[in-house]
Design a protein around this ligand. Structure first.
Ligand SMILES: [Zn+2]
Ligand SMILES: [Zn+2]
Length: 608
């Protein structure tokens, strides 16, 4: 997903600016001062949204982390005060290598389901899968209003349709400066830059003070849509006093600044110019609408038609152009089926598969399995993305295969064809300096990112005692004077496999891993119900040894089973599981001695 990308070394934009920002910014500590009463947010567009709060409440705010802390993925956080709960984001994560067969992982929402009546709304920061992927699963059980930008809602639309939910749910469009009231909270949408358009930070007014949640962001002074992150508004919010900052940590290890999205456009422009006589393919994240916009603008400039390849590419383009987020002349788009008949220089194909996903169009093109397009010497392929950690091997496989077919491949280590959507250190420092929070919780990162982010905040002058490094499942309690981890909630991974949600537990996964690593041997034995005599056992194996070469092993295995059974008087057996366990143990020991492998052993004793 677009937001887990990496960038090449951040480009240095302005030495003086960097030097200034690198100086540690001394933050004034608000400790010991009399806490100010929280104030009404100044940008309130609708009368009904004016937020009245109990100024003298002694109660505390709970920040409940359902996901996204200590991991990158399945972001979901709840804020709770008194009888009211609001939810920020509702994402999924993709399975790791130790989760065979799993389609996706969603947060454990037991806590929310137990407190259903108190949940006032779900506020989505932006349309990446790690922020919206679990929405259909959660809305099925929790029918509350969902707030998100127009593009985010457009990206959600087909997911909700798939789950037959679009008629049943209340969707509210948020734009820059929108303020929504939800119970005792009010939530303002503050524009940020990121690798998907329609991304927002949230300025949340709570009875204990302002909570500022950055969402995923970067500071892009030359964004493709011309709208810079609303630093002015963030400074204003900071001036009024931010009680708690939740700031993303994805790129906190990277010094300097992230590259501007428009710099990618410049690199791509050069590639268009240099490859005038060739057919061009550009693989990128479908959700990066601004990247798509730049490619389509270049296509127009260089007189090429655009063909989309990959289902998500088509879905996103349709959704984004419907709401005016992606602008192009419909005449420029051609069906991908037609491009084999077109002149090379007349077409650019925008395709999915930038992560080397096995089923994607690019991967299939690279392995020659995509019937619509044949790759060859006259093709230039640009991978306009960087591999998400864990995907490197798949991506490089695709690149190797493309080279084998004779194509020319341009990827991130060769040219600036990708920009990360996440803030690097100097951008993160800017947000800390502008918001001047009293308390801080780093979010959206693995543990090392969170720790590094805490160090960065301390370097900017924040007392370590005012920072909490949390975990998925932690409940952090914040009042006017203090912050602490106060408890925990259930936060196991919930696995989605096919149509099953949460029915796959650790045990099934353990079996899948065992099977995939060591294979299986099954033993079948009949037992006579009257005499208690056992039949001669049969054995079958899969993924363990090559059966044709292993007849001796199989025969010897049968002997081992028989010798165990011979010690058992069938009639007297009350608990067959004892017999099965004994067979498994003996046979397992024998097979390990012979092969140094430990297949899963299944014993079936069938009475007849
Ligand atoms: Zn994102
Ligand atoms: Zn994210």
């Amino acid at each position: 997903m677009g937001d887990m990308e990496q960038t090449p070394r951040a480009k240095v934009l302005d030495r003086r600016a960097i030097a200034a920002a690198e100086k540690p910014v001394k933050l004034r500590s608000t400790r010991g001062r009399k806490p100010k009463a929280p104030t009404v947010p100044p940008v309130v567009k609708e009368e009904s949204n004016v937020f009245m709060m109990p100024v003298t409440s002694a109660r505390s705010l709970k920040v409940v982390f359902l996901g996204g802390i200590g991991e990158i993925g399945k972001n979901m956080t709840a804020l709770e005060y008194g009888d009211d709960i609001i939810v920020i984001d509702c994402g999924l994560s993709f399975p790791t290598i130790d989760m065979p067969g799993i389609d996706s992982v969603i947060p454990d929402t037991t806590y929310l389901m137990e407190n259903k009546d108190r949940v006032r709304g779900i506020f989505i920061t932006h349309g990446h899968e790690d922020h919206i992927g679990a929405v259909p699963y959660v809305l099925q059980q929790l029918n509350v209003p969902l707030y998100a930008s127009a593009l985010t809602l457009a990206l959600l639309e087909h997911k909700l349709e798939e789950h037959k939910l679009n008629e049943k749910v209340t969707l509210v469009t948020a734009t820059k400066g929108s303020v929504f009231r939800a119970g005792c909270f009010s939530v303002e949408y503050v524009k940020v830059n990121h690798s998907v358009a329609g991304s927002f930070a949230l300025n949340i007014t709570t009875p204990v003070g302002t909570v500022f949640h950055t969402g995923d962001f970067k500071v892009d002074y030359t964004p493709v849509d011309g709208e810079i992150i609303d630093l002015h508004r963030i400074a204003e919010i900071g001036k009024r006093g931010v009680h708690l900052l939740l700031c993303e940590s994805t790129n906190v290890e990277r010094p300097g600044y992230s590259m501007s999205e428009s710099a990618v456009g410049k690199s791509l422009d050069k590639i268009f110019a240099d490859n005038a006589g060739k057919r061009l393919f550009i693989a990128t994240f479908a959700s990066n609408v601004h990247r798509l916009q730049q490619i389509m603008d270049l296509a127009e400039k260089y007189g090429r038609k655009v063909a989309f390849s990959g289902r998500s590419m088509l879905t996103v383009c349709e959704a984004a152009s419907k709401i005016g987020e992606l602008k192009y002349d419909p005449y420029i788009v051609v069906d991908v089926e037609k491009i084999e008949r077109m002149q090379l220089k007349n077409v650019v194909v925008i395709t999915t598969g930038a992560q080397g996903e096995p089923m994607s169009a690019l991967t299939r093109m690279a392995s020659g399995e995509f019937s619509k397009i044949n790759i060859g010497y006259d093709d230039t392929i640009v991978i306009s993305a960087s591999p998400i950690p864990g995907n490197e091997k798949m991506v490089y496989n695709v690149i190797n295969n493309l080279y084998r077919l004779g194509a020319h491949v341009i990827y991130e280590s060769l040219a600036e064809v990708h920009a990360s959507g996440h803030a690097c250190q100097e951008e993160i420092k800017l947000i800390h300096a502008l918001t001047k929070p009293k308390f801080f919780i780093p979010v959206h990162g693995e543990y090392r990112h969170l720790e590094k982010h805490a160090e960065l905040a301390v370097a900017l002058g924040m007392p370590r005692a005012n920072i909490v490094i949390s975990d998925t499942g932690s409940v952090v309690e914040v009042d006017r004077r203090s912050i602490r981890i106060a408890g925990s909630i259930p936060a196991e991974n919930v696995f989605v496999d096919g149509s099953g949600i949460g029915d796959i537990g650790a045990e099934v996964l353990r079996d899948r891993k065992h099977l995939s690593a060591d294979g299986l041997m099954a033993v079948f034995v009949n037992v006579d119900q009257f005499t208690g005599e056992f039949s001669h056992p049969e054995v079958v194996s899969r993924g363990f040894v090559y059966a044709k070469d292993s007849e001796d092993l199989f025969e010897a295995s049968k002997d081992v089973v028989e010798s165990v059974l011979s010690k058992v008087d069938g009639k007297a057996v009350e608990d067959w599981s004892v017999v099965k366990t004994a067979v498994r143990k003996e046979l397992g020991g024998y097979l390990y001695r012979m092969t140094k492998r430990r297949p899963m052993i299944i014993v079936m004793i069938v009475p007849n």
